[in-house]
Design a protein around this ligand. Structure first.
Ligand code: DGT
Ligand code: CA
Ligand code: ZN
Length: 571
């Protein structure tokens, strides 16, 4: 259990209390405690051991006791009692986008609904529109929300599973007789969501490895066990498959279990065409000594090495044959970090903290972009606030040799396509990010016009999170992306790949389309605190899946060239 698990359970308690119609102050107390844990700067275990948990702002006496119980025993009586006394379906219903705990309870009690299916039936039967506070539109929204849930059901955000997978691999390498170990499947291909975790281990002592594996997560249930495969399921429903092979089989198994299925089918066919047969354990007619790793396997098949991110059967095999695979952008290439928030708007770290963290991360420049004036949802900056921030940035740049801070803003695109600061303010900024944060539900035509109008403003440098999607939560707004790309390409506007693992927006499939039009990209963390730069690896995963090279990504440019690019349109 780590601190994030504890925060998640506190949030769940807040939801459960709300479902029960408990005192809002009590609900708030749990939410506050969860946020306090999120922004903890020292180790929770150490704090608990030192008995200083109640000194953390936002955590009161009784919640501190419950956190301690959870941390030390792995369970919390209060939480379990709450879960046991709430219809399980209600917890699912809260996950329907747009339905809060209050409405779930109202619907549950008045219509005697206890399951998600019951909710769907009620909405389809037109029973919800008759209730006070609901209408036909809310009924339609509920159905859309359920459809989205069903579509994503059983999938997980990749960051929720990656840390677990990497932790398990590390533990196996340290504690078991492991010769080689890798994560496979969609996780290794950096897909944005994953169904399960596929682990692959080469060993000469499979029983020992299995035994260690089963001891690593005490709360997990065993769902399958054999000589070569062991499957467990975590309490949150995530399945982890461990496959065991011999060291000689490892390259074949790693390639096979990395996938994708479509890629595998092509590669296997290629082997057949060359008179060989390939399966997850071997390539017939080849001595194992000839193939020590995946690169050797590709080579025998007449292909250059294909990075896992590219294995989606989207032309990578043809390119590998022709020797035209791109040199994918890497973390080392990234010199600058753009799109970051501070305590001036809705960030949790100060400008100085964000800057120090950027230095530690190895950045040469940092683009600050707090929210604009009318962004009430995020404490947007007035012109006066912005000027105050510029002073602080100037002072920093005067004294710091290590990191240049750029003056930017994340400016709201207003419903009519105009921007949330006048041009005379925008022209003073080093870079201008624009994005849609309000009125998501307008029609496709209107939204397209809104966005293209904004991009035509010559002060705009970057379009952020272009579709507004939240993975497994909500679809993006309706917009004709081809038209937006067309204008962005024409105007020289850079398009963002937002690295927040809940967004990963623009999607890599769309990035491929946009790149074909000559668009360049910024891989941005959208960091709201000084630990937020870590998300860049997820954005980079998207960039690499879209075949992007260093040249396609503007924050690989030295600061002067990046600035010149952002200001080019103003001349
Ligand atoms: P996921 O789990 O839905 O996020 O996506 P994957 O790609 O991880 O799929 P998964 O876990 O079902 O299988 C892992 C890999 O095993 C998959 O990427 C390729 C390989 N594999 C699974 N089933 C087949 C199959 O029927 N044919 C071939 N050629 N490969 C398969
Ligand atoms: Ca998988
Ligand atoms: Zn932002």
């Amino acid at each position: 259990m780590d601190v994030r698990d504890v925060a998640r359970i506190l949030d769940e308690i807040a939801g459960l209390l709300e479902l029960k119609g408990e005192n809002p102050f009590k609900v708030r107390a749990y939410e506050n405690a969860a946020r306090a844990l999120d922004s903890l700067t020292s180790d929770l275990g150490e704090i608990i051991e030192a008995g200083t948990l109640t000194e953390v702002r936002g955590i009161g006496d009784s919640i501190a006791l419950r956190i301690t119980e959870l941390w030390t025993t792995g369970r919390m009586e209060f939480h379990q009692t709450l879960v046991a006394s709430t219809p399980a379906g209600w917890l699912e219903m809260i996950r329907v986008p747009g339905l809060g705990a209050k409405r779930v309870r109202l619907l549950g009690e008045t219509l005697q609904i206890t399951t998600l299916e019951g909710l769907k039936a009620a909405a389809e039967g037109g029973k919800i529109r008759a209730l006070k506070g609901f209408g036909e539109q809310s009924e339609r929204k509920i159905l859309e929300g359920i459809a989205l849930l069903e579509k994503g059901s059983g999938r997980f955000l990749s960051h929720e599973t990656r840390a677990l997978a990497e932790g398990l691999l590390l533990a196996l390498k340290q504690e078991a007789p492991v010769e080689a170990a890798e994560v496979g499947g969609s996780l290794r291909r950096w897909l944005e969501t994953v169904k399960d975790v596929d682990l692959l281990v080469a060993t000469k002592k499979p029983e020992k490895v299995t035994k260690v594996f089963l001891s690593l997560i005490p709360g997990a249930g065993l769902t399958g066990s054999g000589d070569t495969k062991t499957s467990i399921r975590l309490p949150n429903g995530l399945a982890v498959d461990l496959r065991l092979v011999t060291p000689a089989q490892f390259p074949f198994a790693l390639h096979y279990f990395t996938g994708s299925v479509a890629h595998n089918v092509r590669v296997r066919q290629r082997a057949l065409d060359r008179g060989m047969s390939l399966n997850e354990y071997e390539l017939s007619g080849k001595k194992h000594a000839e193939i020590e790793n995946e690169a050797d396997l590709f080579k025998v098949l007449g292909l250059s090495y294909i990075e896992p991110e590219l294995r989606e059967n989207r032309g990578e095999i043809e390119a590998a044959e022709a020797g035209t695979l791109p040199k994918l952008v890497t973390m080392k290439d990234m010199l600058g970090i753009l799109h970051c928030h501070t305590t001036y708007s809705d960030g949790r770290s100060s400008l100085a903290q964000m800057a120090e963290a950027a230095i530690a991360w190895g950045a040469k420049y940092l683009g600050i972009s707090d929210h604009s004036a009318s962004a009430r949802y995020a404490r947007g900056l007035s012109e006066e606030d912005l000027r105050r921030q510029w002073k602080e940035i100037d002072a920093w740049n005067e004294k710091s040799k290590k990191l240049r801070i750029l003056k930017g803003s994340e400016v709201d695109i207003l419903p009519d396509g105009s921007l949330d600061y006048p041009d005379r303010v925008l022209e003073k900024l080093d870079f201008v990010i624009v994005s849609v944060h309000t009125n998501f539900t307008m029609g496709e035509k209107e939204m397209t016009k809104r966005m293209t109008t904004a991009l035509e403003n010559r002060h705009v440098s970057i379009l952020a999170h272009p579709t507004g999607r939240m993975l497994l939560e909500r679809e993006g707004y309706k917009v004709a992306l081809e038209e937006v790309f067309h204008v962005a390409a024409e105007e020289g506007v850079v398009v963002e790949i937002n690295s927040n693992p809940h967004r990963l927006d623009l999607d890599w499939r769309e990035v491929i389309q946009a790149k074909a039009r000559g668009i360049r990209f910024a891989v941005n963390p959208d960091a709201h605190q000084d630990t937020g730069y870590a998300d860049l690896r997820y954005g980079l995963g998207m960039a690499r899946k879209a075949w992007l090279t260093k040249e396609d990504v503007v924050n690989t440019l030295p600061v002067d060239q990046a600035l010149a690019l952002f200001r080019r349109r103003r001349k």
